[in-house]
Design a protein around this ligand. Structure first.
Ligand code: 13P
Length: 251
């Protein structure tokens, strides 16, 4: 089986105005050019307003750009929403769908997440599909069951290793500084791998990212866990040095 190339993705969330965002992206693109590329693939997902200027600023550097969400429909009367094709035109190759903050803040269901991922695929984007249990669910011993249920409901027909990446982000580890232990991560990533292999022909090649308080200091240990194929990074992706440290921690 071909080796899965790691993907280090920065989710800027609702942070950054144009000057700072473009400067951060330029800084990363410059480091990537100077390094002549990295073993890992590098992606930043800025807020929607910054996608276009960031994509222009990093064009040709190898730094990829993605969106943080898309609407399930291709177009129409959906005030405030953005379609996958609009993201693609602005320079995105990826889009995050089903992030726990959207599942919580906007009540997004597994079915809606599956429809968004399908819309991403139809527009030629790679869907980074997020799953993860809350702290209460973990305390009740339900982490594996919750993640399996989310995968079952959120992976659309037509998903392949080429158009889909899974991100395991335990909600209790997001923005808390509390990282899942390598043992916790290994257990859930193995479960996700088994589900992917059972559901998809290319399941063994789908990349599975870990997210939740990843930083330079813990990235090496997390990226060495079996079936961890990269990271989805929030807070630490807003600092060029930290994000670069994570990016370069991958063999
Ligand atoms: P933090 O890295 O800030 O914990 O956020 C993780 C995350 O939600 C990335 O999508």
């Amino acid at each position: 089986m071909a080796k899965r190339r790691k993907l280090i993705a920065g989710n800027w969330k609702m942070n950054g105005l144009k000057a700072d965002g473009v400067a951060l992206a330029r800084d990363l693109a410059g480091r990537l050019r100077a390094a002549g590329g990295l073993p890992a693939e590098l992606l930043v997902c800025p807020p929607a307003t910054l996608i276009w200027p960031v994509a222009e600023a990093v064009a040709g550097s190898g730094l990829a750009v993605g969106g943080q969400d898309c609407h399930p429909m291709a177009g129409g009367a959906h005030t405030g929403d953005i379609s996958a094709a609009m993201l693609a035109e602005a320079g995105c190759g990826h889009v995050i769908v089903g992030h726990s903050e959207r599942r919580q803040d906007h009540g997004e269901s597994d079915a809606l997440v599956a429809a968004k991922a399908a819309a991403a695929h139809a527009a030629g984007l790679v869907a980074i599909l997020c799953v993860g249990e809350t702290g209460a669910e973990r305390d009740r011993g339900e982490a594996g069951a919750v993640v399996a249920r989310q995968l079952g409901g959120s992976i659309p027909a037509g998903a392949t290793a080429a158009n889909t990446v899974i991100a395991y982000e335990p909600v209790w580890a997001i923005g808390t500084g509390r990282t899942a232990t390598p043992a916790d991560v290994a257990e859930i990533h193995a479960l996700i791998r088994a589900e992917l292999v059972r559901r998809l022909e290319t399941g063994s090649a789908v990349r599975i990212l870990y997210g939740g308080s990843v930083k330079g200091a813990n990235a090496g240990a997390l990226m060495a866990v079996p079936d961890v194929d990269g990271a989805l990074v929030g807070g630490a992706s807003l600092k060029a040095d930290e994000f670069w440290a994570i990016a370069t921690s991958c063999p």
